[in-house]
Design a protein. Structure first.
Length: 239
């Protein structure tokens, strides 16, 4: 089966407590990724992994099946693969077969049409792929341009650079960033890939990019909500 798994914490320690159920154009934020799963022609069932009672209440209203996330996987420093591993273990215990697992984050309200199925189809078409994920091309943010600060508070390159590098963005080559709209995993024996690219090593080594022209963001601030609402209105959503 192809399973969609919404993921979201209850909000304690969050950068924006309660964001996953915050009303966006009159709907709890988590309903936008849910709608993407619901519209999919390739998703067989929809679950949510959460520790939040408000999220569970919304899930019950919509008929989303609930996986109770243990507190040790719902801390501010918890890693995403931990709750995914727990969900897969739960699905195995319930006897639910999983071939492809689609992760949809509850705090991503911007949902360009068709990307869930595009990611799933990529895995169906190429059995060698571990994962298919949505990405955004962002040349201005090439890693060679990134800076951090040293002990004196001065800017230094975030990555080691020994040779001169052009300041012309177009000559640096394409730079893609995961936008976190869709992560689609091929699941083998209820397990994520054991190794892969950092920092999301659990995506494996053969990761297919599915391109989004629009800038998709996951919500962490009120400004993110303003941008999300603007995008939704521009794409036909209203109160």
């Amino acid at each position: 089966m192809n399973i969609a798994l919404l993921t979201g914490r209850g909000g304690a320690g969050s950068s924006f407590p309660g964001k996953n159920v915050f009303p966006i154009l009159g709907r709890p934020l988590m309903l936008y990724p849910y709608a993407s799963a619901k519209k999919s022609r390739l998703i067989d069932d929809i679950y949510i992994s959460t520790d939040g009672e408000e999220l569970k209440a919304v899930a019950c209203e919509q008929g989303i099946k609930i996986i109770d996330r243990p507190s040790e996987f719902a801390r501010p420093d918890s890693q995403h693969n931990e709750c995914i591993d727990h969900a897969l273990s739960t699905l195995k215990a319930r006897g639910v077969p999983v071939e492809i697992l689609v992760i949809l984050m509850c705090n991503v309200g911007i949902q360009p049409e068709g990307k869930v199925d595009e990611c799933i189809q990529a895995l169906i078409d190429d059995p060698s792929l571990d994962t298919a994920v949505t990405v955004h091309e962002w040349g201005d943010h090439h890693p060679s341009r990134g800076k951090t600060t040293d002990k004196d508070g001065l800017l230094v390159p975030i990555m080691p650079i020994k040779e001169p590098i052009t300041t012309t963005r177009q000559l640096l080559g394409a730079t893609y960033y995961l936008d976190h709209q869709v992560w689609a995993f091929r699941i083998r024996d209820y397990r994520l890939p054991a190794t892969g690219h950092q920092p999301w090593w659990f995506m494996g080594n053969r990761v297919k990019p599915i391109f989004n022209e629009d800038l998709v963001i996951d919500i962490h601030t009120r400004a993110d909500i303003d941008y999300t609402e603007m995008w939704l209105r521009a794409h036909g959503y209203d109160q």
